[in-house]
Design a protein around this ligand. Structure first.
Ligand SMILES: NC(=O)C1=CN([C@@H]2O[C@H](COP(=O)(O)OP(=O)(O)OC[C@H]3O[C@@H](n4cnc5c(N)ncnc54)[C@H](O)[C@@H]3O)[C@@H](O)[C@H]2O)C=CC1
Ligand SMILES: O=P(O)(O)OC[C@H]1O[C@](O)(CO)[C@@H](O)[C@@H]1O
Length: 384
């Protein structure tokens, strides 16, 4: 079996690539990073190491790379002969890979009429649906009809903390032991991809919201509060009592929303939350607050990990989630200027004021209690 995976980065190599190999796939990594692609072609294998006391290592073999800038034709050819296409490039990059996937899928139709599954493995709601939308924008009506018949784009939730790598071996990836990959099987045409480690579900919504509004909300606020306190690493940030308590409070608010909406068992959900906080504090991982806090405009989007649970909370309980408001304020105050999105937010705040920035980046309306709470928390945070 052959898989084409876009994005030979942390999640691509450290999570998806590992499971594909363990499930018997040959994996073609498509990337724009020449160094990584060349190394994959030279070594044809790499190592994944677990971030725990035993530091267990796994060899991932049967891999190669294609540079999509230099060799777009090879990418199309690989997709035409593949049994699975996956991606982990980041939500903002999905539109940029859509053309290459569209070309490959068109070529595939000239050679076979077998079904194919395409899965975007990103931290977002509806990642594969977005990829499909961007691919379909490039098709004629006739091609859309054929794609509908053979290709499916099931949404997915992926969870494994993979920090930035500082290994001498540029292909090696250190990952946390925990992982979860959940795929919406109701969307799949033909058989489910035979990958050990995927959990197939009929309704992804509870799983993706539970993951995004617990793992990603929690991780992001630790990053922004840690950065604001001058702490460079996530685990170290959690040693700060104020940050730990604020994170717990924020996750109480998201839990209240999730438990009410999806009727999760309270005890099981709170155990899930506790386990996640322990994962953040993993002493075998050095995870920078600037990595976890990256791209704050994306993270402040109305459908993402900070604003969506807050607005859903207001809608459901008619009260303001004050801790989430503080987490949102911390994201707005994130002034790491090497991050282009953080820079853009800070420039907006300087030029137009924080009220304008809140409206622009979060979509919150100025006459709401949540807006006021975010604003007040922002002023409190920056005056410290
Ligand atoms: N690192 C983590 O712990 C987790 C990450 N994710 C998600 O996985 C996705 C990828 O994240 P990471 O692996 O951490 O990022 P990364 O930056 O390590 O990897 C992204 C890869 O995509 C490549 N890329 C960029 N533009 C491309 C293009 N046009 N065509 C092909 N490849 C391209 C980059 O060169 C890089 O190798 C993101 O959506 C992230 O939210 C999800 C769960 C955990
Ligand atoms: O990848 P994003 O969406 O920027 O989020 C940052 C971090 O969230 C996690 O996926 C999980 O907390 C990280 O490991 C990840 O990189």
């Amino acid at each position: 079996m052959k898989a084409v995976h876009f994005g030979a980065g942390n999640i691509g190599r450290g999570f998806i690539g590992l499971l594909l190999y363990q499930s018997g796939f040959e994996t073609c990594f498509v990337d724009v990073n020449k160094e990584i692609v060349d190394l994959l072609n030279e070594k044809r294998q790499y190592t994944v190491q677990l971030a725990n006391e035993a530091q267990e290592q796994f060899s991932v073999e049967n891999v190669y790379g294609i540079n999509s800038v230099e060799n777009p034709e090879q990418v199309a050819e690989a997709i035409a002969h593949s049994d699975l296409v996956t991606a982990a490039v980041g939500p903002t990059i999905l539109p940029m890979i859509a053309g290459a996937i569209a070309n490959g899928l068109k070529k595939r139709l000239t050679q076979t009429k077998k079904e194919l599954t395409i899965i975007a493995c990103e931290n977002m709601i509806g990642g594969s649906a977005l990829l499909k939308e961007k691919i379909y924008e490039q098709l004629t009506d006739d091609e859309r009809g054929q794609f509908d018949q053979y290709y499916s784009f099931p949404n997915a939730a992926v969870d494994r903390i993979v920090p930035n790598q500082i290994n001498e071996d540029k292909l090696m990836v250190t990952v946390e032991p925990f992982y979860e990959w959940i795929v919406d099987q109701s969307e799949i045409k033909g058989v489910n991809p035979p990958i050990h480690g995927i959990t197939f579900v009929e309704d992804l919504q509870p799983y993706i919201e539970r993951k995004l509004f617990t793992v990603n909300t929690g991780h992001a606020v630790v990053a922004y509060l840690g950065y604001s306190a001058g702490i460079p690493y996530i685990a170290e940030s959690l040693q700060n009592k104020e940050i730990r308590e604020m994170t717990a409070c924020i996750l109480q608010e998201t839990s209240k929303y999730l438990i009410t909406k999806y009727s999760f068992d309270r005890k099981a959900h709170m155990d899930y939350v506790e386990k996640i906080i322990q994962r953040f504090a993993n002493p075998y991982i050095s995870d920078e607050t600037t990595r976890v806090g990256r791209s704050p405009i994306r993270k402040l989007n109305k459908n993402d990990r900070l604003i969506r649970p807050a607005t859903q909370y207001v809608e459901m309980f008619h009260e303001t989630p004050n801790c989430l408001a503080k987490g949102i304020a911390a994201a707005l105050s994130y002034d790491y200027l090497n991050d282009p999105e953080a820079k853009e937010i800070q420039e907006k705040i300087q030029q137009k004021g924080v009220e304008n920035a809140i409206e622009t980046f979060t979509g919150l309306k100025a006459d709401t209690d949540l807006f006021t709470a975010v604003c007040n928390n922002y002023y409190e945070l920056v005056s410290k």
